[in-house]
Design a protein around this ligand. Structure first.
Ligand code: NAD
Length: 295
């Protein structure tokens, strides 16, 4: 199906949803947006008055919402009005169990449901270069493909419903742990008198590198920019959900549990709205602070 033949409603026009809507429009889709905060839709060609408007009039509804509780509220409204054959594509980072329940409920209404959480941030959303981790029944994922392809440099089909969110939570658990550890690495380099530029040069050519050393440190931390568009509040949610998933599955993950504890404790120092890269500074400073407190 050609983009022009498919109308896409985007619900949640925040740091991710708005650039995704713009990218889909640029790719030729007929896009309508809705956000409970009307200012988020300014400049968009088509704006709906309600969630129900989107469900009634669009072929596909793309969700980019803060958490599962909100996704569930919005889906209940969509289920009430959307015709059979409608497709919901949830790009929010959400709880896998909630996703599976929503997919089952959607199927009762003849509505398709795909979880397609993303990685790549606001920049990736605006340039159509996200990574999408997709979960759902094959037929639904296939139907979502034209929309996913327009937003992504890569779409990984992870498995059945909820599998995309499992992959996303594991991805963000690793990213969160890498951020904490990168702060400790910078602290070590400081104490050893090693220039940070030299350290980064070495790490990024060596086996210790990660997306955090290659992208986050130069782009948002060492530049002092802290404008990634991803917040401490959202990353704390993801780390909490990853830890809950490990608990539910009875997985033994002591290192992950330590990272989760660090991120949970960070509420004392970093607000929900702070850039998530601030965690590097916190772990860079934490050992000194603990030492000061002990002396
Ligand atoms: P955001 O807070 O910037 O945007 C969420 C938007 O949803 C807001 O504009 C808000 O007004 C709107 N909203 C909330 N409740 C609503 C409702 N009931 N009806 C309509 N609109 C509603 O969040 P974000 O950073 O864009 O993240 C969205 C999702 O994408 C989250 O699940 C997040 O974990 C995930 N994510 C974010 C990033 C990132 O870099 N920001 C990267 C990958 C994944």
């Amino acid at each position: 199906m050609m983009p022009a033949d498919l109308s896409v409603g985007v619900i949640g026009l925040g740091a991710m949803g708005r650039p995704m809507a713009d990218t889909l429009m640029g790719a030729g889709f007929d896009v309508t947006g809705f956000d409970m905060e009307p200012s988020r839709a300014i400049g968009l060609a088509h704006v709906a008055d309600s969630v129900e408007d989107i469900g009634r009039t669009c072929d596909v509804t793309l969700l980019s919402l803060p958490n599962s509780a909100i996704v569930e509220q919005v889906c209940a409204k969509l289920f009430a009005v959307a015709p059979q054959g409608h497709l919901i594509l949830d790009t929010s980072t959400a709880e896998p169990a909630s996703t599976r329940a929503l997919q089952a409920e959607a199927a009762k209404h003849g509505i398709g449901f795909v979880d397609g959480p993303v990685s790549g941030g606001a920049k990736g959303a605006g340039s159509g270069t996200l990574l999408v981790m997709a979960g759902g029944i094959e037929r639904d994922v296939e139907r979502a493909m034209p929309v996913l392809d327009a937003m992504a440099r890569k779409v990984v089909c992870c498995g059945g419903s909820g599998a995309g969110n499992v992959a996303k939570l594991i991805n963000n658990l690793l990213c969160a742990a890498h951020l904490s550890l990168a702060g400790e690495a910078l602290q070590l380099a400081d104490k050893a008198g090693l220039a940070i530029d030299a350290l980064l040069d070495a790490l990024n050519a060596g086996s210790g590198r990660s997306a955090v050393t290659e992208v986050n440190l130069p782009t948002w931390v060492l530049s002092d920019a802290y404008d990634s568009g991803f917040t401490m509040g959202l990353m704390r949610k993801d780390v909490r959900l990853a830890a809950a998933l490990a608990d539910d599955l009875g997985a033994e993950v002591p290192m992950a549990a330590l990272a989760a504890a660090r991120w949970a404790d960070s509420v004392d120092d970093l607000t929900e709205g702070a850039d998530f890269n601030r965690m590097v500074d916190l772990s860079r400073a934490v050992a000194d602070r603990d030492k000061d407190a002990a002396s």
